[in-house]
Ligand binder design. Structure first.
Ligand code: SF4
Length: 306
């Protein structure tokens, strides 16, 4: 964790589109008491271009799940070793050659994700890319989808949980991110990701070793036992400066909240600007708690999953 010691006080007021530079916006608001409805709809659609993960279009025939056989694990170990000094583009190319059309990518439109999307448009444009649209993302994050699509022609599917935010908060008597953020992340991210990767063999993410002590352990290519598929991390070896140099050099669209003191951008109730900066890129996420990951990239007991 970074140096931020402020207790975790998630807000339940959506921030304005344009935030003043380096100003914390943390309004105090009591937990809302919301009556549980008689019948909770099992399906919702509030955004025309989003979809629930159990109604995904099939971009490729569902593949038979991979099994972590000794042979496969040895292949991944060898691939990771040989790709250790490869460029991200070469790693993506390898992943596409090996796993397409059963390769996918999850992006939260962080700087790393935007860089990989620009690479994908050149190296493997047919890759299926999705975003976990929890319903709590900043508008600036959602806007990036259109900017990326316009510049690179890469369409990112916005996958929602079964319950809309109002439905979910009604079921739990208020926002669960206040009382049980782990459960909220599980319901609104992990469950959706699990469905999204069904029938896939490999997924890519933009995590880097220098982002946190947990992420320092990642391999370029490894078996992810949490989701039962291969995890590819093309930027594992890059540092923060590499990412921002590429963004600057190629004018890659990025989340403007980074210019307003947000080192990392997640859901708005659980993300804070960090005045005066912080070396920890995860500072500002669930600040004041031990929680640093939503569960997508946290380490399993056997050392995999990150
Ligand atoms: Fe819920 Fe916060 Fe996790 Fe988003 S980051 S899913 S709002 S707990």
């Amino acid at each position: 964790m970074g140096a931020v010691s402020k207790p975790f006080e998630p807000t339940d007021q959506r921030p304005p589109r344009e935030l003043p530079k380096l100003r914390l916006v943390v309004p105090e608001s009591p937990t809302r008491a919301v009556a549980v409805p008689q019948a909770v709809p099992t399906h919702s659609s509030t955004m025309a271009d989003t979809q629930t993960a159990n109604s995904l279009p099939q971009h490729a025939e569902l593949a038979t799940p991979l099994q972590p056989t000794a042979k496969l694990l040895e292949e991944l170990k060898e691939a990771s070793r040989s790709l250790e000094t490869a460029t991200p583009e070469a790693i993506i190319q390898w992943a596409s050659n090996r796993f397409a059309p059963h390769l996918t990518m999850a992006t939260a439109f962080g700087p790393e994700g935007c860089v990989i999307l620009s690479m994908l448009s050149r190296v493997a444009p047919a890759t299926y890319v999705f975003n976990l649209e929890t319903g709590y993302q900043f508008q600036q994050t959602l806007d990036l989808r259109d900017q990326i699509a316009e510049k690179y022609g890469v369409k990112v599917d916005m996958l929602k949980p079964e319950l809309s935010v109002p439905e979910y908060e009604a079921v739990h008597g208020g926002p669960l991110y206040k009382s049980n953020p782990n459960q909220c992340c599980f319901d609104r991210k992990i469950t959706v990701l699990r469905r999204a990767v069904e029938g896939k063999h490999a997924w890519m993410s933009g995590i880097r070793r220098d982002q946190s002590s947990d992420r320092a352990k990642i391999s370029t290519v490894a078996w992810d036992s949490k989701f039962n598929l291969v995890k590819v991390s093309p930027l594992a070896n890059w540092v923060k400066q590499d990412v921002w140099k590429r963004i600057t050099d190629e004018a890659i669209p990025y989340n403007r909240l980074h210019d307003q003191g947000y080192p990392s951008v997640g859901c708005w109730p659980c993300t804070r600007a960090v005045p005066n900066g912080d070396d920890d890129e995860r500072a500002g996420r669930w600040s004041g708690t031990q929680k640093t990951e939503c569960g997508l990239h946290s380490l399993e007991a056997d050392g995999s999953g990150i």
